[in-house]
Design a protein around this ligand. Structure first.
Ligand SMILES: [Zn+2]
Ligand SMILES: [Zn+2]
Length: 258
């Protein structure tokens, strides 16, 4: 073997590529990993998955399956996957704790790599199902940053608002959660559409208290039904960066309170 040796472990009885043996290359390179904090968005009505901007796989199961999970694994380009076994721990249906045990071949040798990660499951009504139900809503909660807070880039802002929203969801009644129809992302935050105004109001008020935010309520005339005006109500909930994390040190600036 012409005196070549691995620069990491010093072995000279094995093949080396770029000065490193297969064993050391495998330990140093990440053969299997998961990027970031994966989220699977699925429609609880029809099982469609939101992949990028598109809804796909209508009619699929609403339970997480290998079809959802396997694409989350980033495999080293030189590794050939033979088999993946999935196991799951934890009981939270919306934050799944998974372990993938991946049998692969790397530079001619079989190895098994194990990777543990969490997958957040997000239920969102897909476009088809929204259309089928006529995109019906009676109230919108606009989740926004506090007006006097630091400047935040839209993705970071949405992510932290999302986390704060999850805190609220964890404390909300089932009937309130059921009133959530869909959400839309905006540069300035999230809009949550609800099918029941009373639920929206209690959720928005809970948000104001728990996340130390400010709340503004306004109504717009939507139409008439049975001779009565029907309004759509908008709740603008502004929450500071540390809302729900630490206690406020001073009273938040007050907008017109509802
Ligand atoms: Zn080595
Ligand atoms: Zn659907």
């Amino acid at each position: 073997m012409s005196g070549e040796f691995c620069v990491v472990c010093g072995r000279s009885d094995v093949a080396v590529v770029d000065g490193v043996c297969a064993e050391c290359a495998a330990t140093r390179a990440s053969l299997v990993h998961v990027e970031g904090r994966p989220v699977v968005v699925l429609c609880p009505t029809c099982g469609a998955r939101k992949i990028g901007q598109l809804w796909q796989r209508q009619g699929a199961s609403t339970l997480l399956a290998p079809d959802d999970l396997t694409p989350l694994l980033v495999i080293h380009p030189e590794a050939g996957v033979r088999k993946i076994r999935w196991t799951e721990a934890g009981l939270n249906p919306l934050l799944r704790q998974l372990e993938a045990s991946v049998d692969l071949v790397f530079r001619g040798a079989r190895r098994t790599e194990t990777v543990k990660f969490e997958v957040k499951v997000e239920h969102r009504t897909c476009l088809d199902c929204s259309r089928r139900t006529g995109h019906f809503y009676t109230a919108v909660i606009q989740l926004r940053a506090a007006l006097d807070g630091p400047r935040e880039k839209p993705p970071a802002l949405r992510e932290r608002l999302d986390r704060q929203w999850e805190t609220l969801m964890g404390e909300s009644r089932k009937s309130v959660k059921a009133a959530l129809s869909w959400k839309e992302e905006l540069p300035e935050g999230w809009d949550f559409y609800l099918t029941d105004t009373l639920s929206a109001r209690s959720l928005a008020r809970l948000g104001k208290v728990r996340l130390h935010g400010t709340l503004k309520e306004s109504a717009t005339l939507w139409g008439r039904k049975n001779g009565q005006d029907v309004y759509r109500v908008t709740f603008c909930l502004r929450v500071p960066v540390d809302g729900g994390v630490v206690r406020p040190t001073a009273a938040a600036p007050v907008e017109r309170q509802s």
